[in-house]
Design a protein around this ligand. Structure first.
Ligand SMILES: [Zn+2]
Length: 327
């Protein structure tokens, strides 16, 4: 049955390092046809068409209008799209919803990507589409992928700090990735790690992943003094450094620490180490950052635990001004 599946008609570039094929329990997916090194570009794809509107304002008519402007060959490609049960979509708006990506927030624009939409979900993915400008979207390997391995990515955002149950409430299917297989030590640790990651983010940013303060219905930081310190940015610099490094260690243990996160986090971690003014703290922070691994950096930085710095009050004030909390 898979031999005559309509996805066999989708045009995959000749030099692409993947092929489409059936994925056990997940419909169809994309599989590496050769070893793909970490950081390698897997696919850059232009949209078949775009609609310049907010996602929830796009109508069936908008999509039909765009469809009718396509070349016959492009229409044929679009009509290859199938739902999760490999049946043709009953409504064109569902085909659009399941196969489109946001390519711009200002103005809000979504595009249809026939190939990028073929990659299945995993909560521990091996590829990522970083935010990029322009209409094309590009997918990169976040770790080395072996030939024959399925290439996956994480559909929703902020899954790195949500437990299995929280993730499954958002997904419309059961995920069977390593972090979701119940009853395994990895899965139990995964829930703990992701809960800790959420807390560490709250302590350093002063808010939850969605920019909101915690509510009594879903507490994140249970200690009210610590929660208050996070929200008014009076967490000492030593704790900020320790929390940031522990975040990196936990992300690495979880299999989620890719080069994009390292490039985003490293400057702010280095910046934190330059804030110390107390000489003994400066020495420990330098020694920590000289270690090769994130675990090594964290273990040395933990010597700073509970230590105040003469710069603490000034840094807290700067952060409060930055966030408009200062009078
Ligand atoms: Zn999963």
């Amino acid at each position: 049955m898979s031999q005559d599946h309509s996805y066999r008609c989708l045009e995959v570039p000749g030099d692409a390092p993947f092929a489409l094929g059936p994925s056990k329990g997940k419909g169809w997916g994309a599989f590496a046809t050769r070893r793909i090194e970490r950081g390698t570009l897997i696919l850059r794809e232009k949209p078949l068409f775009v609609i310049q509107k907010a996602h929830d304002e796009i109508t069936e008519q908008d999509i039909w209008t765009a469809f009718h402007q396509l070349q016959p060959k492009e229409k044929k490609q679009f009509l290859c799209l199938r739902d999760n049960d490999s049946r043709p979509f009953l409504r064109i708006i569902d085909a659009f919803a399941e196969n489109s990506f946001s390519i711009s927030a200002h103005p809000p624009t979504r595009g249809i990507f026939l190939l990028q939409s073929r990659f299945d979900h995993s909560c521990i993915p091996n590829s990522k589409i970083p935010a990029t400008g322009g209409q094309s979207i590009s997918r990169f390997a976040t770790r080395t992928i072996d030939a024959g391995e399925e290439i996956t990515f994480c559909y929703p955002t902020a899954f790195h700090c949500k437990t299995r149950d929280e993730r499954h409430r958002e997904l419309r299917f059961i995920c069977h990735c390593k972090a979701c297989l119940p009853g395994t030590p990895f899965q139990q640790l995964s829930d703990m790690r992701r809960t800790l990651i959420r807390g560490l983010q709250y302590l350093t940013l002063g808010h939850d992943f969605n920019g909101q303060r915690q509510t009594s219905a879903s507490p994140i930081i249970f200690n009210s003094e610590l929660k208050q310190a996070a929200e008014d940015f009076s967490i000492p610099i030593s704790s900020r450094l320790i929390y940031n490094l522990l975040f990196m260690v936990l992300m690495e243990e979880e299999g989620l620490l890719d080069d994009f996160i390292i490039r985003r986090m490293t400057p702010s971690i280095r910046m934190t180490t330059t804030k110390f003014q107390t000489e003994s703290n400066v020495r420990i922070a330098r020694l920590a950052m000289a270690q090769e691994t994130w675990l090594g950096k964290f273990c040395v930085a933990f010597m700073l635990h509970g230590r105040r710095d003469v710069a603490d009050d000034a840094i807290a004030e700067q952060l409060r001004m930055l966030h408009g909390l200062s009078v």
